[in-house]
Ligand binder design. Structure first.
Ligand code: HEM
Length: 512
């Protein structure tokens, strides 16, 4: 094919002039891009860090450091309640914005759909990652019987089984000089419960005192998931993203997948013959035809999502309620007194009997407030709608500053301190008027709308039961020299990374 350039054209260009031309072209492209993002983009009317307006570097940097939620909080402090945090993403702080974004729906089809933020590939997206509202509604409907009160009640023996085992093991091993590292123990007990509740899978991490491949794998890839999420904004880096997976995590991931497939097969084999009710009973009910190969793929994703969703926030609640209470000894004393004054016998401690315990409820709410699960911002795509009075064009991402909201003096008195008293009713002995104006009604730890947490009631059952049974049985002692500060010691990637926490469990001696 004849060239349109004169012959010998390239031979006259020096390396220097080629580089200058390339540099010029790149600069020209970058200037036009910056100009577009700063002045013409639909999000350009919102204030925010300049770097965040013109590139995703601000986003990438803060996610990599593990302090993204804190960086968004600082941006609100500097720029106000609506902040542009990426070229195509706007964050909101007011409770009205949260309700506009997550609450808006027509017949359970959300208006603000999920972004590709957590999506991990092309496979079926289960429930939590599904972006198509119709597909999501169908899955959600199929699963909903698993979270009815009747179903949760039938699953209580599974919760007791593992919590009782935890208490038994702490009686044996928890009081030694060296103490026990509570983060790993709460991981074991919460994941064992979650796996058995999800699809009757027995993990034996608690009784064997050993993390299984699944637990190792999800923490092993926690940082990688963040890198994967960043690469969606920098596709050129996608090929090197796997360098961020530690080799040990690759092995665990391989073992975990193999085991998960085997366990799913076992569960399908036991269709209609499980020892107790689990969430899968609604997905593979007795008498239904065996799932096809395609359906099995979907079930595999659902099993993993139910297992993780039912484990991680529960484990955090177990750990952090004890950790924060011990760091504020007066709150620990009040919590323990309430539990021990209510029950004379361990066997009487049940989720139902625990519902009226106000200080227990308040302590769990306060742990939820400080550990805020929605710290990722839970981004959504605007359909072209108004958020807190601001019109957001179709396709622009929006997120809610859950973390910043919980830390804001605009909404909470002493927002960085652990103060269960803020959740008490006014007629309670420990109620304090200082917290009267706290934005209690606007705090949704389980989110709201069609994508809100279906496991909320189950979570309350589990967390009340664990805290009550443990604190009824033991005086918990925090080992010295541990001053954990949330903002410094917790990091957010796909899941919050929590610090280690050492305690001793001293069995309470009671007169028979
Ligand atoms: C303290 C405990 C818990 C907290 C704070 C919590 C919080 C949340 C939040 C904030 C969401 C929304 C996430 C988003 O929109 O991106 C969510 C979703 C979800 N949670 Fe929970 N959760 C808890 C326990 C549980 C439990 C025990 C289960 C039981 C399996 C569960 C199952 C789910 C599922 C399946 C979803 C996805 C819902 C959907 O996309 O429709 N959660 N949770």
């Amino acid at each position: 094919m004849a060239s349109i350039l004169p012959s010998g054209f390239f031979s006259h260009l020096t390396t220097g002039s080629l580089l200058t031309t390339a540099f010029g072209a790149v600069s020209c492209y970058a200037s036009i891009r910056c100009f577009y993002h700063l002045y013409l983009h639909p999000a350009s009317k919102f204030p925010g860090p300049r770097l965040a307006a013109i590139s995703n570097v601000w986003y990438a940097y803060h996610w990599i450091t593990g302090k993204y939620a804190m960086a968004v909080e600082k941006a609100f402090e500097e720029y106000g309640d609506v902040v542009r945090v990426a070229p195509n993403e706007v964050a909101f702080l007011t409770p009205q914005a949260a309700s506009d974004i997550y609450g808006a729906h027509t017949k359970h089809l959300e208006h603000f759909t999920k972004t590709d933020f957590v999506e991990m590939g092309k496979d079926d997206q289960g429930i939590a990652w599904e972006r198509d509202p119709v597909k999501h509604r169908n899955t959600s409907k199929r699963l909903s019987p698993a979270f009815s009160m009747k179903s949760i009640k039938a699953k209580e023996p599974t919760m007791h089984k593992y919590i009782d085992l935890f208490v038994k093991m702490m009686k044996k091993d928890g009081g030694g000089e060296a103490g026990v590292e509570l983060r790993i123990w709460t991981d074991w007990v919460a994941m064992d419960i979650s796996a058995e509740l999800a699809y009757s899978r027995e993990m034996h991490q608690l009784d064997e005192m050993k993390s299984g491949p699944f637990l190792k794998a999800i923490w092993g890839v926690n940082f990688f998931v963040t890198i994967h999420q960043i690469c969606k904004k920098f596709p050129l880096f996608t090929p090197i993203q796997f360098l961020f997976v530690p080799p040990s995590a690759v092995i665990s991931e391989f073992q975990a997948r193999k085991l998960a497939t085997k366990e799913l097969e076992t569960r399908i084999e036991r269709q209609g013959k499980t020892e107790h009710l689990d969430h899968f009973e609604t997905l593979v009910p007795a008498g239904a035809p065996k799932p096809t190969k395609e359906e099995k793929k979907e079930l595999e994703v659902l099993a993993a999502q139910l297992l993780i969703a039912g484990y991680e926030p529960i484990s955090s609640q177990f750990l952090c309620t004890i950790m924060f209470s011990l760091q504020e000894p007066e709150t620990y004393k009040r919590l323990v007194n309430e539990i021990r004054e209510t029950f004379t016998r361990y066997e009487d401690i049940t989720p139902e009997a625990l519902t009226p315990l106000r200080y227990l409820h308040a302590s769990l709410m306060e742990a939820l407030r400080l550990t805020v699960i929605g710290g990722t911002g839970m981004p959504r795509v605007s359909p072209g709608a108004t958020v807190d009075g601001n019109y957001i064009s179709k396709g622009v991402y929006v997120q809610y500053g859950h973390f910043a909201f919980t830390r804001s003096t605009q909404y909470f008195h002493e927002p960085r301190s652990y103060r269960p008293e803020r959740w008490l009713p006014e007629d309670h002995l420990y109620w304090k008027s200082a917290f009267k104006s706290d934005a209690r009604e606007s705090f949704f730890p389980f989110s709201q709308g069609p994508r809100g947490c279906p496991g909320m009631a189950l979570a309350w059952h589990e967390t009340r039961l664990f805290i009550a049974k443990v604190l009824w049985s033991f005086d918990v002692e925090m080992l010295p020299d541990q001053n954990i500060v949330f903002e410094r010691d917790f990091n957010i990637h796909a899941m919050w990374e929590k610090p280690k926490f050492w305690v001793r469990f001293h069995p309470v001696v009671r007169d028979e």
